[in-house]
Design a protein around this ligand. Structure first.
Ligand code: ATP
Length: 363
């Protein structure tokens, strides 16, 4: 399988590349609010490209609004209901064509929770204990040993989050998973669980999926370039939201943390703040950071760079924001798309579950 040139994804080989009989793209986003520029550049925009890719590229493309995952940090019930529609609007506004793919809400397909339980019987504590995401969500250092107090407060749902994620992917026998870099560790676990299931029953029920990464797999926070841009960061100035006004975008970029060196150069290890701004432009313009750095190296200082970055971000996000706002005014359309998506996803999910249940002896 050769990815079409127009796609901005590259394959991240977890364990070498695999040949698949048929190919399915699956990915998800939590309905935890409006998406930020990291979600857009790391996932959503390329979902649009994948769903529009010629049919010979992938046999199926499936995108899910993963509300069960969102319960690990439960939003207010009304907010969760609202965010599901907002997420659908965001995904479509980012270029996903619901006629060419399956777009649905995770909890509308009961197979996710069911497969999650079966797979949890093939998942070991040791592996889950090494996942860095639950540690960072609890503000724990990923390398340090976890205190008893932290474990006392650790909710099972947050700890088992990657098992539900494995169920999401394996339920559709996905072969390619377009996600940001923060999800690579979870995808490695998905492969591990799938492999363990297959080898336990000497079967090939689950293909082992590969990660697809964009050119911008990890956009960093504007307030702390050592952390990834995140929806759940309490600092609102740390992220650019898809629906931010041009004025707000400019303010946030102006306040972005850079460094004391007034020149403009691209070096993510020593100058992460400046590099993050250049990465943003490179991602949005589908160019390499080095190309963008070449264009901006003559700038007089960070103020000129930030003005330039704000112009690019505003220009590139404008059509997305406008489409998003239009879609939000049409909740009936969004509900129709999600309802149809759940029906189609449910058919595939039931077929996999039947195979899994037969394999383990439930049927
Ligand atoms: P939260 O902070 O609430 O956990 P999030 O911002 O990490 O949310 P998710 O819904 O977990 O967003 O992720 C949706 C997709 O966006 C995933 O594929 C994830 O890898 C990607 N993504 C999230 N943050 C970034 C980022 N900073 N840069 C690139 N991709 C990202």
């Amino acid at each position: 399988l050769v990815l079409h040139q127009c796609l901005s994804y590259t394959r991240h080989a977890l364990h070498g590349q695999t040949r698949y009989k048929s190919t399915t793209v699956f990915s998800g986003i939590q309905p935890t609010g409006v998406a930020h520029l990291g979600n857009y550049l790391g996932a959503l925009r390329a979902w649009g490209q994948l769903s529009a890719s010629p049919p010979q590229q992938f046999d199926h493309t499936i995108f899910s609004i993963v509300d069960l995952h969102a319960l690990t940090a439960p939003p207010a019930p009304d907010k969760l209901r609202e965010y599901k529609r907002i997420s659908a609007a965001l995904i479509i506004a980012s270029g996903v064509d619901p006629e060419k793919c399956i777009l649905y809400v995770q909890s509308d397909v009961s197979g996710h929770a069911e497969l999650c339980w079966i797979l949890s019987c093939f998942s070991d504590f040791g592996h889950l204990n090494r996942m860095t995401q639950w540690k960072s969500k609890m503000n724990l250092n990923s390398n340090s040993s976890v205190t008893d107090e932290a474990v006392e407060n650790l909710r099972l749902g947050l700890f088992a989050y990657p098992v539900l994620q494995a169920a999401d992917v394996l339920l559709y026998k996905a072969t390619h998973v377009p996600v940001g870099e923060d999800q690579i560790q979870h995808l490695e676990l998905t492969r591990h669980i799938g492999k363990r299931f297959n080898s336990s029953y000497k079967t090939k029920v689950f293909p082992l999926p590969e990660v697809l990464l964009t050119r911008t797999p990890r956009l960093m926070s504007l307030r702390d370039p050592a952390k990834k841009m995140s929806k759940s960061d309490p600092a609102e100035q740390s992220r650019i939201m898809i629906n931010d006004s041009p004025e707000l975008i400019r303010v946030k970029i102006k306040r972005a943390i850079t460094d004391g060196n007034s020149s403009v150069s691209y070096d993510p290890s020593t100058r992460p703040g400046v590099a993050n701004l250049i990465d943003m432009v490179a991602g949005l313009q589908n160019r390499t950071p080095e190309e963008v750095a070449g264009d901006v190296k003559g700038f007089s200082g960070h103020a000129e760079l930030k003005d330039f970055v704000a112009d690019v971000v505003t220009r590139e996000l404008q059509p997305v924001r406008e489409k998003f706002e239009r879609l939000c005014r049409d909740p009936e359309y969004l509900d129709r798309v999600l309802c149809r998506g759940a029906e189609r996803a449910g058919v595939i999910a039931q077929a996999t579950l039947k195979e899994v249940k037969t394999t383990v002896g439930i049927y």
